[in-house]
Write a protein that binds this ligand. Structure first.
Ligand code: MG
Length: 176
């Protein structure tokens, strides 16, 4: 197994749309950045890359490269996932904490978790998401994301699935 950690922060700016976890949220400000500013997808991307000791998101997608201006951050996540799979791993689960003053994430948490699960190719219950307000911290104009990821070697997972299948077959044949 491998564990990874990702961190990211972006500043709120007026006049742009807010994207968090691949979902566009109604808000009077968005998150600035060279790409679409999706702080959560960036932290997840780094959590996956970190778990396989790959170069981080800034090294793979340099902000200086005009190619990534306004880019959909799902592109970064998909590349990280490809590298994870190429290294022989699958995603077991991720857990994320968002820290931001507004908007309230609760009403959108289900949609964000579902979208992230879809991007990662995992079940919905493999994506944890908590949102905190930055009480006592001077982060009124900033969104912060922390993410940990757990990866597992693919063959081991297959073995487990094979064993489970074999067990259920055994049970069925006993019943007959
Ligand atoms: Mg970022």
């Amino acid at each position: 197994m491998r564990i990874g950690h990702g961190f990211d922060s972006h500043e709120f700016r007026a006049g742009i749309s807010l994207k968090i976890g691949g979902i566009t949220l109604a808000h009077d400000q968005g998150l600035g950045g060279h790409s679409d500013g999706d702080v959560l997808l960036h932290a997840i991307t780094d959590a996956l890359l970190g778990a396989i000791a790959a170069p981080d998101i800034g090294a793979l997608f340099p902000p200086a490269d005009a190619k990534w201006k306004g880019a959909d951050s799902a592109v970064f996540l998909r590349e990280a996932l490809k590298r994870v799979r190429d290294a022989g791993y699958g995603v077991a689960n991720i857990d994320a904490s968002l820290i931001l003053a507004a908007p309230k994430i609760g009403p959108h948490a289900g949609a964000i978790r579902a979208r992230v699960a879809e991007l990662l190719g995992v079940a919905g219950d493999c994506v944890g998401l908590k949102a905190k307000t930055p009480e006592g911290l001077s982060l009124e104009n900033t969104a912060v994301a922390h993410v940990v990821s757990l990866l597992e070697k693919r063959p081991a997972k297959k073995l487990t699935a094979d064993r489970a299948r074999a067990k259920s077959k055994k049970k069925k044949s006993k019943k007959r």
